[in-house]
Design a protein around this ligand. Structure first.
Ligand SMILES: [Fe+2]
Length: 373
């Protein structure tokens, strides 16, 4: 499968991953054949890209780090709590604690799985889906740092609720298109303090989790807000959440731009390490990212070209590759899988760029239009 920007979608393309609306309801199921009406409806809903089947390679299954059920349930819990708080209701702390405990358990038992893709989200859904991703990424980083269960849960709750202070800010200001005045920007920045004040009211929530909301916009170099804390004066939990927050924001489609690619995101993160972000936390997060995510098209030292179908954490640079083409992109008569972690002689030489793949697709369409999927 591959991810295609909405304006590049064409009728007859086949959906390869379900597209959800903000309530977690499926808008388009896997296997749906697109046509113009669907595409314009997706545009109206603010969906910027869709995973579609790829005619060059048969579909590969991309595993998520947590189950789809847990992800959707958590998005729902966040949405209900944020909406409730905005209407001056109390937070359902028990539900939040339970869902974070579930995520910690799933991540500890799925520890072989690496982060491979970001979700496709509608924009009205951004805050909720983003909160869940920040929680998952932070916990994975905590696991890499050797945190125990208690610390993972404290970190997870603060990460999930890091932007809870936004419930105290007027929606019209949060969603204001165009530039903000200096006062409006000051008000938005107050969400860090508001979040701290909300979370510390609850005895069941650790004060350290509340400090994540307070400190997640502090910067390693002391240029952040609200208190301009520097380096290790920023609590380690908040440093981790800041890294997860930036990573997920870069990997997400936004109203004004499509997501950055994984390699662009990693490049930006490395440049931010030591300036905006804590370098240790950046490294610990990056340790959880697949070097060659499932679905990447790679050239091997044997000259053959294939698609990554599986990866393992012990050998991140040695994935399982389904070899489909020779070095001239002629389809092999018998495509086969090779597990590079079990071979000393063959390595991945490079990732085939999207541009090269686009050229190749055109070439295939030109040569054999009848076979087009
Ligand atoms: Fe924030």
């Amino acid at each position: 499968m591959r991810r295609v920007a909405i304006d590049k979608l064409e009728s007859d393309m086949i959906v390869a991953r379900p597209v959800f609306n903000s309530d977690g309801r499926v808008l388009l199921h896997t296997g749906t054949v697109l046509h113009e009406n669907y595409i314009s409806r997706l545009m109206e809903l603010g969906i910027v890209s869709v995973y579609v089947r790829d005619e060059l390679f048969e579909d590969v299954d991309i595993k998520d780090v947590i189950s789809e059920e847990t992800r959707r349930e958590t998005i729902q819990i966040i949405k209900e709590n944020f909406t409730g708080l905005a209407n001056k209701h109390k937070m359902n702390v028990r539900l939040v604690q339970n869902t974070v405990a579930n995520i910690v358990d799933e991540l500890l038992s799925n520890h072989d799985v690496l982060i491979q893709l970001s979700d496709i989200r509608a924009f009205d859904d951004y805050t909720f889906a983003h909160s869940v991703n920040v929680c998952v990424l932070s916990i994975m980083t905590g696991i890499t740092m050797g945190y125990n269960d208690t610390k993972l849960r404290e970190l997870g709750i603060g990460a999930l609720m890091h932007d809870v202070g936004k419930t105290r800010i007027d929606n019209s200001l949060l969603n204001k298109p165009g530039d903000l005045t200096a006062e409006e920007y000051q008000e938005i920045k107050r969400h860090a303090e508001y979040g701290f004040n909300i979370l510390r009211q609850y005895d069941e929530i650790s004060l350290l989790s509340a400090h994540i909301a307070f400190q997640h916009h502090e910067r390693w170099d002391g240029q952040g807000y609200p208190r301009k804390l520097t380096g290790s004066d920023i609590h380690e939990y908040a440093r981790i959440v800041a890294v997860a927050d930036v990573f997920d924001a870069l990997m997400a489609d936004r109203p004004y731009r499509a997501s950055y690619s994984l390699s662009q995101t990693l490049h930006i993160m490395k440049r931010m390490a030591g300036i905006y972000l804590d370098p240790n936390s950046v490294n610990a997060l990056i340790a959880n990212i697949a070097v060659y995510p499932v679905g990447s098209v790679v050239e091997l030292s044997s000259g053959n070209i294939g698609i990554v179908v599986d990866i393992n954490r012990q050998h991140p640079t040695r994935p399982v590759v389904k070899v489909v083409y020779d070095n001239n992109f002629h389809r092999l008569s018998q495509p086969h899988e090779v597990d590079l972690s079990k071979m000393d002689t063959v390595i991945v030489v490079r990732v085939i760029s999207d541009q090269e793949l686009a050229q190749l697709r055109q070439q295939i369409r030109h040569n054999c239009p009848a076979k087009e999927v």
